[in-house]
Design a protein around this ligand. Structure first.
Ligand code: F6R
Length: 259
């Protein structure tokens, strides 16, 4: 089962995950990071600034989970821009080694396949950071997505577009389509770290961790993976039936084990 860590706040979540990523990069300077966008991973990227000080990050590689189709890559809310602004620049990563799905590619029918090939050629993702949508999506694999899906074009749900309208001036500006890693692609990463904060994510988290494995809640695909860490605050954990068990388990875990 996934290891569930219930933390007091976002900063503690960021510290916990950043510590793990810094240790990975120290061991393996050309580590491959799976990068999520949106609000959830920001505390991780913030904590990494301090944790990576003095560590050579020039060979770190990265693949973003998804990208909007139909907005200019230079748009401040394209995920290419967000990754450059929140991850590559502040952490001093090498821009050419960090990729986002090529959603502006002239041949979108094969762009996903080529992105999956690039991930494979890099040796696969070592640690994949994930957020979860209020409708249970991971990446932009909306409800109904196949667990075998690969990187491909998807249509965003109305709920996801409404949730993401906060990043744009109006909901009509939120793109309708995206190029997203598939659930099958995500499940190939060696370690999945799913973060969620706030009451609004409680139902999706409970469904992903403890609910039936179902395409109707794509986040439940994490139950098929052998190494998953779910890091949540109290509000996002509020609907977990086994919350006390997760607390006991983490409290009695030897420190050397990491997450
Ligand atoms: C972003 C992504 C999405 C988000 C999810 C939650 O790359 O893949 O699955 O993680 O929509 O978004 P936030 O974190 O903004 O609540």
């Amino acid at each position: 089962m996934a290891e569930v860590v219930i933390v007091p706040d976002r900063a503690s979540a960021g510290d916990l995950v950043a510590t793990e990523i810094a240790a990975l990069i120290s061991r393996r300077p050309d580590a491959v990071l799976g990068l999520a966008t949106g609000s959830t991973p920001l505390p991780v990227y913030e904590a990494l600034r301090a944790r990576l000080a003095g560590i050579d990050v020039s060979r770190v590689r990265g693949f973003a989970l998804d990208e909007y189709i139909g907005i200019d890559p230079a748009h401040p809310e394209s995920y290419a821009s967000v990754i450059a602004r929140e991850v590559v620049e502040p952490l001093g990563l090498t821009p050419d080694l960090i990729r986002t799905p090529p959603a502006d590619d002239a041949d979108l029918a094969t762009a996903g396949e080529r992105y999956d090939q690039a991930i494979r050629a890099a040796g696969g993702v070592d640690v994949q950071i994930l957020g979860i949508g209020t409708d249970g999506h991971i990446g932009f694999n909306e409800p109904g997505s196949s667990f075998a899906s690969r990187t491909r074009v998807k249509t965003l749900t109305r709920q996801t577009r409404a949730d993401n309208a906060r990043f744009f001036d109006a909901i009509d500006e939120v793109p309708r389509h995206c190029l997203t890693q598939g659930l099958g692609t995500i499940l190939e990463a060696r370690h999945l770290v799913l973060l969620a904060f706030g009451e609004g994510k409680a139902e999706a988290v409970a469904g992903a961790v403890e609910g039936p494995v179902t395409a109707m809640l794509p986040g439940s695909a994490i139950q098929l993976h052998p190494h998953v860490t779910v890091v949540v605050d109290e509000a996002a954990a509020s609907r977990l039936r086994l919350a006390d068990y997760y607390r006991d388990t983490f409290a009695s875990k030897p420190e050397w084990q990491g997450i």
